[in-house]
Design a binder for this molecule. Structure first.
Ligand code: PMP
Length: 361
């Protein structure tokens, strides 16, 4: 008989855990993991390919361990007077978050977040040996400065994870809440802005709060707005001393030469890469309006997805959509489902399939 996981001498604190497991099904319309479903424009893809081909010539050597060019690219892209020594990057923002928790959380320490929030936060916390502590949200998953600060002050966590806007709910996080949480805590405050590019134009990023707040980190990803999920590139901005702490835990040469070349080339085309954002935001708002007209309850979203409630039997609706070739996400919230905004055609396919079910309650 093949050995089972439970029979292995696995770490006690990993026993009984379930891995991250959003289904990867080959359906024609996949709107379940908040990807950008608009493909990378062809001329940009060609240029990235050229950059990767050049990097390939030196692939017998280890890559630049400090990914200097890429850090400069991210500093330029983010603006706000940031310089390369304030930037870190990894294979997706998941890895960047893992580096943060390896350095600042771990055994005997706590990581705090307001539930429901990104499902990887508790997983990353536990896999790095720390303890996850869940705080509460108010009406419609919102947070006020008073409540957030009071909860953080009471929990005294080593690390606070703020998801702005929040996944899986899409809820915006007002800047005054971030300021209040920082003031109420003595630990590291991570603001995960994975979906920031989808927020209304002119909204303030937590990047504006970084000066004078040396315990604050703002993380971003190329997986969403940049349509680069398959390349696995995430990054963050923070004080140079905090970045030094991350050098202690990263694996040497963690960002491959091919990844660095591809990401730097993509960043050079940032405006083109981001051109689809306006369309995605339009589709997101169309989803919300149509869901409301169908009798569902969409929550306000500043991201590229919409959480909606009023679903009588989420598992059944999920399955019925699946059978119609549309993959969305059942994130386990009562009477709720989450859908990513796709292209106009994909979005129509989802809305039409849902309308044909008529399962709003
Ligand atoms: N943060 C949030 C809030 C996310 O939703 C995701 C992806 N679903 C990530 C981080 C990680 O993305 P990646 O590792 O692709 O950068």
């Amino acid at each position: 008989m093949r050995p089972r996981l439970e029979d292995l001498p696995i770490r006690d604190d990993l026993r009984g855990m379930t891995p991250y497991g959003a289904p990867q099904a080959p359906l024609p319309v996949a709107l379940n993991v908040n990807e950008n479903t608009h493909p990378v424009p062809k001329d940009v893809a060609d240029d990235i390919l050229d950059a990767v081909a050049i990097a390939l010539r030196d692939v017998n050597r280890y890559p630049d361990r400090e990914f200097t060019l890429l850090r400069e690219g991210f500093a330029d892209y983010l603006g706000h007077g940031l310089s390369a020594d304030q930037i870190w990057a990894g294979n997706g923002s998941n890895e960047v978050l893992q580096h943060l928790l390896q350095a600042f959380a771990g055994p005997g320490r706590t990581v705090f977040g307001f539930a429901p929030t990104y499902s990887m936060y508790p997983l990353l916390t536990r896999s790095t040996g720390g303890t996850w502590v869940a705080g509460e949200r108010g009406v419609d998953f919102t947070l006020t400065a008073e409540s957030a600060a009071a909860q953080v002050a009471a929990a005294r966590p080593d690390v606070v994870m703020l998801c702005a806007p929040n996944n899986p709910t899409g809820t915006p996080l007002p800047i005054d809440v971030i300021e209040a949480v920082y003031a109420a805590s003595e630990g590291i405050v991570i603001v995960d802005e994975a979906y920031f590019e989808f927020a209304p134009a002119g909204e303030r990023s937590a990047l504006t709060l970084l000066p004078g707040r040396e315990r604050m980190v703002v993380s971003r990803t190329m997986s969403k707005a940049f349509a680069f999920a398959g390349a696995r590139v995430g990054y963050l901005a923070a004080d140079p001393a905090l970045i030094d702490a991350l050098r202690l835990v990263r694996l040497p040469y963690h960002l491959s030469a091919l990844t660095q070349a591809a990401a730097s080339a993509a960043l050079r085309h940032a405006p083109t890469m981001l051109a689809a954002v306006a369309d995605i935001v339009g589709q997101r708002d169309r989803i919300s309006a149509t869901l409301a007209a169908l009798g569902y309850r969409p929550y306000e979203s500043w991201s590229n997805f919409v959480l909606f409630s009023g679903v009588e039997d989420p598992a059944a609706t999920w399955q019925a959509l699946y059978e119609r070739g549309v993959l969305i996400r059942d994130i386990g919230l009562p009477r709720s489902l989450r859908v990513t905004a796709g292209t106009e055609e994909e979005t129509s396919a989802f809305l039409d399939a849902l309308a044909s079910l008529d399962s709003a309650s």
